[in-house]
Design a protein around this ligand. Sequence first.
Ligand SMILES: [Zn+2]
Ligand SMILES: [Zn+2]
Ligand SMILES: [Zn+2]
Length: 117
Amino acid sequence: MPRKPKRPCRFGGCPKLTDHKSGYCEEHRKEMQRHYEHFAQGYNHRERYGGAWKKVRDKYIKTYPLCEKCLVKKKATVATLVHHKIPLANGGTNDEGNLMSLCVSCHERIHKRGKTF
Ligand SMILES: [Zn+2]
Ligand SMILES: [Zn+2]
Ligand SMILES: [Zn+2]
C-alpha cells in the first residue's frame, strides 16, 4: 500500500493526480508560486510608499475619479487605483504629471505588458 495516495490536483478542473503536500500538480504548483510572488511584490510596493503616498493618491483619485485608459476608449469606469507612469524605483515622482487614475483591469494590463513602463 503506498504511504501517500495520490489525490486530484486542487486546482479547479485539473485532471492530474499529485502526492505533493501542497495538493497541486507540478504545473499548478508553479502557477501558484507565480501568484504568490506577484502578491509579495505588490505588498512591498505598498509598504515602500507609506502614508505620504496615500494622501497624494487620495487627492488624485478625487480629482480624477474615472479610469483614464477607459476614458480614451470613451468608457466611464470608476478608477480604483493610481498608477505611476514612471515607477518610483525608476526615478518617477508622486507629481500629478506622473500619475494616472486606473481601474483594476487597465492597471493589470499595463503591468502585464512589462516591468519597464
Ligand atoms: Zn494541476
Ligand atoms: Zn480602465
Ligand atoms: Zn501601477
